[in-house]
Ligand binder design. Structure first.
Ligand code: C2E
Ligand code: MG
Ligand code: MG
Ligand code: MG
Length: 286
C-alpha cells in the first residue's frame, strides 16, 4: 500500500522511467546472448608510422551486429557490459579474436582496448598469457590500451597489474591521453610504451593554438621518457603534416584508414602504398 502511494508520487515520470528500464533490460538480455550467437565482431584500424609510411599496427575496435538494431558502436553497449560484468567474457573474446587475427598479418602489432573493469579483474594477467600461449602470438605484438582512469583510485594496485602485464612481454599504451585527470606523476611512475594523444587535441590542431601547444608538449614529454606517441583521430592532410612537423611518430585516423572488418583490412594492407602530404611550401602558398 505504502509502495503504491510512493509510486503515485512520481507518477509523472513513471512511463518514461519504465520505458528506459525496459529498454535497458532488453538490451542486457540481448547482450548476454550476443557472445553465444556470434554477434560481436572486431573491426581494425591501421596505425601508421609517419617516417616509414608503413602500417605497423592495427587497433581492434569492437562492434555488435545486432539482428534488429544493426551495427552497434562500442559506446552504446560497453557501459552496460561493464555494469553487468559481461565485459569480462566479452573482453576475453576480444583478446583471443584479436590475437588470432594478428597471426594473419605478420609483422603487425595488434592493439586491444581494456576496460577499467577488466583491468581490475584479478585474472587479467593470467588470461592475457593464456591467450598468447593458445594463439602463439609473440607477446611483443600485443599492445594493451588502458585509460588514465585505471590509475586514479588505487594507483599502487594499478602499478602492480601493469608490472604483471609488462612481465608477460606485452606493450602497454595510455589511451585518450589528456582527457582524464592527467597527471604527469602517472607517466613518471610507470613506463608506458606508448601514449596516444586524444583526438580532441588533433581535431582542433589547425585552429587552436592551445591544442598545438599541448600536442607539442606531450610529444616532447613522451620522448624524454622514452615513450612512443600516437596521434588519434587524424582526419586531414593538414593535421598529419602538423603532427609530422612536431615529430609525432605514429598516426591513426580516417585520413589514413577507417576501422574495417578483418577481410577488408587484409585488402587494405595489400593495397597500401603510403600517402602524400602537401609540402609545407604548398600550404604556405595556399
Ligand atoms: P578508442 O580506443 O580511443 O578508439 C578510437 C575511436 O576513435 C574509435 O571509435 C575509432 O573508430 C574512432 N576514430 C578513429 N579514427 C577517427 C577519426 O579520424 N575521426 C573520428 N571522429 N573518430 C575516429 P569506436 O570504434 O567507436 O570506439 C570508441 C571507444 O570504445 C574506443 O575508443 C574504446 O575506448 C572503446 N572500445 C572499442 N573497442 C573496445 C573493446 O574491445 N573493449 C573495450 N573495453 N573498449 C573498446
Ligand atoms: Mg584505443
Ligand atoms: Mg583513444
Ligand atoms: Mg576513447
Amino acid at each position: 500500500r505504502a509502495k503504491q502511494a510512493g509510486r503515485g508520487a512520481v507518477r509523472h515520470f513513471e512511463p518514461q522511467m519504465d520505458l528506459e528500464l525496459q529498454e535497458r533490460k532488453a538490451l542486457e538480455y540481448d547482450l548476454r546472448q550476443a557472445l553465444l550467437k556470434n554477434e560481436l565482431e572486431l573491426h581494425y584500424q591501421p596505425l601508421i608510422d609517419l617516417e616509414s609510411q608503413s602500417v605497423t599496427a592495427v587497433e581492434a575496435l569492437l562492434r555488435w551486429r545486432h539482428p534488429s538494431r544493426g551495427l552497434v558502436p562500442p559506446g552504446d553497449f560497453i557501459p552496460l557490459a561493464e555494469e553487468t560484468g559481461l565485459i569480462i567474457a566479452i573482453g576475453e573474446w576480444v583478446l583471443r579474436t584479436a590475437c588470432q587475427q594478428a597471426l594473419v598479418w605478420p609483422g603487425l602489432s595488434v592493439a586491444v582496448n581494456l576496460s577499467p573493469v577488466q583491468f581490475r579483474h584479478r585474472e587479467l594477467a593470467d588470461t592475457v598469457s593464456q591467450v598468447l600461449q593458445e594463439t602463439g602470438l609473440e607477446p611483443g605484438r600485443l599492445e594493451l590500451e588502458i585509460t588514465e582512469s585505471v590509475l586514479i583510485n588505487d594507483t599502487e594496485a594499478a602499478l602492480e597489474i601493469l608490472s604483471a602485464l609488462k612481465s608477460i612481454g606485452v606493450q602497454i599504451a595510455m589511451d585518450d591521453f589528456g582527457t582524464g585527470y592527467s597527471s604527469l606523476g602517472y607517466l613518471n611512475s610507470f613506463p608506458f610504451d606508448k601514449i596516444k594523444i586524444d583526438k580532441s587535441f588533433v581535431t582542433t590542431l589547425e585552429d587552436k593554438a592551445k591544442s598545438l601547444a599541448i600536442v607539442r608538449s606531450v610529444i616532447g614529454l613522451s620522448e624524454s621518457l622514452s615513450m612512443a606517441t600516437t596521434a588519434e583521430g587524424v582526419e586531414t592532410a593538414e593535421q598529419a603534416m602538423l603532427l609530422q612537423g612536431e615529430g609525432c611518430k605514429q598516426v591513426q585516423g580516417y585520413f589514413f584508414g577507417r576501422p574495417v572488418p578483418a577481410l577488408d583490412m587484409t585488402a587494405f594492407l595489400g593495397n597500401w602504398k603510403g600517402f602524400t602530404l602537401p609540402t609545407s611550401a604548398a600550404t604556405d602558398a595556399a
